[in-house]
Design a protein around this ligand. Structure first.
Ligand SMILES: *[C@@H]1O[C@H](CO)[C@@H](O)[C@H](O)[C@H]1NC(C)=O
Ligand SMILES: *[C@@H]1O[C@H](CO)[C@@H](O)[C@H](O)[C@H]1NC(C)=O
Ligand SMILES: *[C@@H]1O[C@H](CO)[C@@H](O)[C@H](O)[C@H]1NC(C)=O
Length: 370
């Protein structure tokens, strides 16, 4: 239920100064960094910098890949329903720490499908979780967040059995109250996976499967114009405003992806404007940096979560680095190289293959590719 866009490093010293001068926490009620030995993490990065180890999970901007399992690459014939050029493993290597996905019921299984399994079927949830679990095994100092849109109302027990089968449940973090620990505390406890599901009835048998809208509020996600991004609360309806949600201890999620309208009601991820959309700059309407700065000012706290399409463009992670006030450590862009060259060489023609035909077949159903 969220969309976005891709680029390169263009930030200026002036911009860095501007962004870093913004308030870093404001009136947010977060747990003060406690016990965990910050000294032992002085040289090892927790989520992109040693400086973040002693920071509360809720006092960090986690950059996220929207619809992270729906790829616009050779595996989908460059489907225009795809929101990302690179898969979850490459995203994690590149510093992305929030992976969003949408699931549907397919013959009883939980399947990663974009709006409909006939349109874009990215396989089972379990198959997707496997490589994420493996990545976490080999990256023991990293805290990862999942956000799963539960389109067909599967139960916590359904999700729980898939999480157990993948083995990733061992990392599942269960919060207590409205305060969040530091990254180092989560790492030390080896409870490094935060899982939000929209929507789900929580089940004490699977306490790490969290109902998203008990903990998180979101800005609008159906934006079709670069001037359409704002910082208003869109969901949940149980809160009246972003300010009220923040007062209630909810974590802000800033949706920052744009759609092209195809016909009257078909929305496809807008890759054409991606260099604008994902730019860390604060100078132009539609820039990720500007949207984040605006929300930071309006809310008095920075976005804790951000979702973008085509995360490698911008690169989007640079905006999170600016908000977090860090110089990144330990990231790898190795997996990005080849496809970025392809995408950059032909940015406007991606997705005019099979994806379009599949999409047209669904026009009558007036689907939203969110
Ligand atoms: C993710 O993409 C990389 C780079 O294209 C590839 O090497 C890797 O096998 C992919 N991983 C999965 C789980 O598909
Ligand atoms: C933010 O965008 C949403 C969706 O377009 C709109 O309904 C809302 O009024 C906007 N908020 C402001 C303050 O303009
Ligand atoms: C965004 O992309 C659309 C569709 O390609 C294009 O018509 C429009 O001019 C672009 N907007 C900007 C601000 O570049």
């Amino acid at each position: 239920m969220f969309p976005s866009l891709p680029t390169f490093f263009t930030i200026t010293a002036a911009l860095t100064a501007t962004v870093q001068s913004l308030p870093q926490d404001g009136s947010y009620s977060v747990t003060p960094s406690s016990t965990a030995s910050a000294s032992t993490s002085a040289t090892t990065a927790c989520n992109n910098s040693p400086d973040l180890c002693s920071r509360s999970y809720s006092d960090i901007t986690h950059m996220g890949a929207h619809d992270s399992s729906f790829l616009r690459d050779a595996s989908t014939s460059n489907s225009i329903a795809g929101n990302q050029y690179f898969n979850a493993t490459v995203a994690l290597d590149a510093g992305i720490r929030l992976l969003q996905a949408q699931v549907h019921d397919l013959n009883g299984a939980i399947e990663l499908c974009h709006t409909s399994c006939n349109l874009l079927d990215a396989g089972t949830l379990q198959a997707w979780l496997g490589p994420i679990k493996s990545w976490m095994d080999t990256h023991p100092n990293e805290v990862v967040t999942l956000l799963i849109v539960n389109s067909d109302g599967k139960s916590a027990a359904d999700f729980g059995s898939v999480f157990s089968a993948s083995g990733i449940d061992q990392y599942g973090y269960t919060p207590s109250g409205n305060t969040w620990p530091t990254l180092q505390e989560m790492i030390t406890a080896n409870k490094r996976l935060v899982t939000f599901i929209a929507s789900i009835t929580e089940d004490s048998q699977y306490p790490y499967l969290l109902s998203e809208f008990d903990h998180v509020f979101e800005t609008p996600f159906e934006v079709t114009s670069l001037s359409g991004f704002n910082c208003s609360l869109d969901r949940p309806s149980t809160q009246n405003s972003a300010g009220a949600a923040i007062q209630a201890g909810m974590l802000p999620l800033m949706n920052h992806f744009a759609y092209n309208l195809l016909g009257a009601s078909i929305m496809v991820p807008n890759a054409d404007n991606i260099t604008i959309t994902n730019s860390p700059s604060t100078s132009t309407t539609g820039n990720l940096g500007l949207h984040a700065q605006t929300c930071n000012e309006q809310w008095g706290i920075k976005p804790v979560f951000v979702l973008v399409d085509f995360f490698n463009e911008g690169p989007a992670i640079e905006t999170a680095d600016n908000l977090n006030g860090i110089t990144p450590v330990g990231r790898s862009n190795a997996g990005l190289t080849a496809t970025v060259a392809t995408a950059a060489a032909n940015p406007k023609r991606l997705g005019l293959g099979l994806g379009t035909e599949a999409l047209v077949a669904f026009l009558a159903a007036a689907l939203l590719l969110i």
